[in-house]
Design a protein around this ligand. Structure first.
Ligand code: SF4
Ligand code: SF4
Length: 278
């Protein structure tokens, strides 16, 4: 419409028709993609249910109690030597946040405004686990199986903030800023998962839980959140059938993308065991 005054009637009619067609094409494309994504989700859901039925038939002890089906993503697996420039970048980030944490504010003052959301999310997670302790153990086992599908964006700051350092200081009041920096650098692994968080290793997170950010300690992907919420008030012992698909948490599938199953496991009173598939 902005171009109307600069065009003749016939030019404007052509201009309008062209844009109408482009707009319709884009809308049809979006509808096709949404339909394909729906079909893909329905196909995966059917596969998941068929697999659950087959696992139930194979593992007869599962019939003893309630069963949760949880579909989890996959963390990356390729490793490489941790390069010096990544360590330098992490050290610069740590120096900055440690400086902020030691800068006048008392460690007990809690997270600064910018970090309040992750702190609240962590509190809610801790409350869920206080209400149902079995959920923590089952979630830890599922995350262990996934191997950090949500750690891909940790990059060279690992989500460590001045609030993380203030919490760490509270537990270690005698440590100086240099001591804290040295402690964080000391746990780095020489071999890390490629294109992921600097602390992401093939055996899990190199940072002890008390040194991790609230973001890391309180985050659960959609699948695990749904699992924890659904079974929060369950009091009987719960068995889990875990289906692991190939994509990482943040790399959602595009419409029509295949997200194949890479592993199936049962987690119950007898521990975790992989279920062979035909
Ligand atoms: S929260 Fe989800 S994506 Fe992250 S490690 Fe656990 S299962 Fe994987
Ligand atoms: S610090 Fe640990 S938990 Fe957090 S993103 Fe990095 S590897 Fe994952």
């Amino acid at each position: 419409m902005d171009s109307r005054s600069r065009m003749s009637d016939s030019q404007f009619a052509f201009h309008l028709a062209l844009h109408r067609r482009l707009h319709q094409d884009r809308r049809r494309q979006r509808e096709r993609e949404a339909k394909r994504a729906e079909e893909q989700a329905a196909q995966e859901s059917l596969e998941n249910q068929q697999l659950l039925a087959s696992v139930r038939a194979q593992v007869t002890s599962l019939d003893d109690g309630p069963i949760a089906l949880v579909v989890i993503p996959s963390g990356a697996t390729g490793t490489s030597t941790l390069p010096a420039d990544r360590i330098d970048s992490y050290a610069r980030h740590l120096t900055k946040v440690i400086g902020e944490a030691f800068d006048g504010t008392a460690p007990a003052d809690g997270p600064v405004e910018a970090h309040r959301k992750p702190a609240e999310r962590l509190q809610r997670a801790e409350q869920r686990f206080a209400d149902n302790a079995a959920l923590r153990d089952l979630s830890d086992q599922l995350c262990g199986m996934c191997r950090g599908g949500c750690c891909g964006w940790g990059a060279d700051d690992a989500y460590v903030t001045s609030s993380t350092i203030r919490r760490y200081r509270l537990a270690n009041p005698d440590m100086s800023a240099d001591d804290v920096l040295a402690a964080y650098l000391a746990v780095l692994s020489p071999e890390v998962i490629e294109h992921s968080c600097i602390n992401h290793t093939s055996t899990g997170c190199a940072l002890p839980r008390e040194m991790r950010s609230d973001t890391c300690n309180g985050y659960y992907c959609e699948s695990l959140m749904a699992f924890q919420t659904e079974h929060l008030s369950r009091t009987e012992r719960l068995s889990v059938v875990a289906i692991q698909r190939a994509k990482a948490n943040w790399l959602g599938t595009g419409p029509g993308d295949i997200n194949p199953i890479v592993d199936v496991a049962v987690i119950d009173a007898h521990g975790k065991r992989t279920i062979p598939r035909e």
